[in-house]
Design a protein. Structure first.
Length: 386
């Protein structure tokens, strides 16, 4: 009889644990489906209504009109193309690849390449074919599949949950955050609400409905809130304008002069650091949970102290991670400064460098604060008997 009761108890506990994890998974799947069908409101905001964007194969190229002046290439490249989809699929046309003399934006095509093109037409007649860039969707899809397969092969079901959280985050940024910003919503408040929602859902996918979720979410959001307040304050003190973000001026000139670029820059600081903050909060919560499981009678002060020790060990590498992540995209700029012999005090005063310093230090400050916050919340919540 005792064995039967134990089996029933274990079955119930296993069913409850599975339910705690499966409910957030099902909820996240429904949220992803909803976001996939959610309109952004900008689907019809096409600049060229009498143009067809499609894929084309480059059959031959004519480089005779390209003018080479040292590193600068100007003029135009004429390409013979076969349109592979769209309104005029199967037709052979001549496409023009305009060169502006910028290595950053110019591209050169060769026979056998696949290109993304814009076909301007009037009725059934093709007027011009402009070559936009190389077609890369196939390679991007292959890379995503490799990533998903490796993640699933290494982590199993946990890897599937990680892929689900990745897809959900991308959709939340594209379908919710960007349209809200374009519509003029307050960037800081909107960003905070979105990050809180993502933090809650992602950590639910990790732990399910239990105390660890409450501990990790509360600690992570306190750290993110600290990052947001500090970012807003020091953006003003540094006199950083939001136009420091790439392509922000193009956004203003596209008819969105009402946008507050500086507040969008402020929001980007804590949004960019939220992933690392969330990661550290989960690490500390898991460590405190293991301590409590091994020593159920531990006091909340001792559990908090253990979480603090884990946080101290992790913060050194996490802050370096942020530094490398943010500075990696500015290696060429730093090389220019060094090649020109620019004094270090001048480098640190440049707007672009100051903006990166602000990103890195404020993001690291969020990591420094999330460690004690999560240690305290984990110690309080995980040592309670009920």
């Amino acid at each position: 009889m005792k064995r039967v009761l134990n089996w029933i108890k274990q079955t119930f506990q296993s069913h409850t644990a599975n339910q705690q994890v499966m409910l957030p998974v099902l909820g996240s799947i429904l949220l992803v489906i909803f976001l996939l069908w959610l309109p952004t409101g900008y689907e019809g905001a096409q600049i060229y209504t009498t143009a067809d964007r499609c894929r084309a194969e480059v059959l031959a190229v004519d480089d005779s009109s390209i003018i080479d002046t040292g590193l600068v290439r100007s003029g135009e490249q004429r390409c013979t193309l076969e349109l592979e989809n769209g309104l005029f699929a199967g037709q052979t046309v001549i496409g023009i690849n305009m060169l502006s003399g910028s290595l950053e934006s110019d591209k050169i095509f060769a026979a056998g390449d696949h290109a993304q093109v814009v076909v301007s037409y009037s009725g059934d007649e093709i007027l011009t074919v402009t070559m936009i860039d190389h077609f890369r969707l196939w390679q991007e899809a292959a890379l995503a599949i490799v990533f998903a397969v490796l993640l699933f092969g290494f982590s199993g079901i946990a890897g599937l949950r990680a892929i689900l959280s990745f897809v959900m985050t991308v959709l939340m940024l594209w379908k919710v955050l960007v349209p809200c910003y374009l519509n003029g919503w307050n960037p800081v408040l909107t960003g905070l609400l979105l990050v809180l929602l993502l933090t809650l859902v992602i950590i639910l996918l990790v732990y399910g409905w239990e105390r660890r979720t409450a501990a990790a979410v509360s600690g992570a959001f306190l750290g993110i809130l600290t990052t947001a307040v500090t970012g807003v304050l020091f953006t003003s003190l540094f006199h950083i304008h939001g136009a420091v973000m790439p392509y922000s001026e193009s956004l203003l000139y596209s008819g969105y002069q009402h946008l507050n670029l500086t507040q969008i820059f402020m929001a980007s600081i804590f949004i960019g650091a939220s992933g690392a903050v969330m990661d550290l909060a989960v690490d500390i919560t898991s460590a405190v949970y293991e301590v409590v499981q091994k020593k159920p009678d531990i006091s909340w002060r001792e559990a908090t102290r253990s979480g603090m020790n884990v946080g101290r060990a992790a913060m050194g590498t996490m802050t370096t991670t942020l530094l490398l992540a943010y500075s990696g995209g500015y290696i060429a700029l730093l090389m220019v400064f060094m090649a020109q012999g620019t004094p270090i005090e001048h480098i640190l005063n440049y707007k672009y460098v100051s903006a990166e310093i602000l990103d890195t230090v404020v993001g690291s400050l969020g990591l420094v604060t999330v460690a004690p916050f999560t240690a305290i919340t984990s110690g309080l919540l995980l040592t309670r008997k009920k």
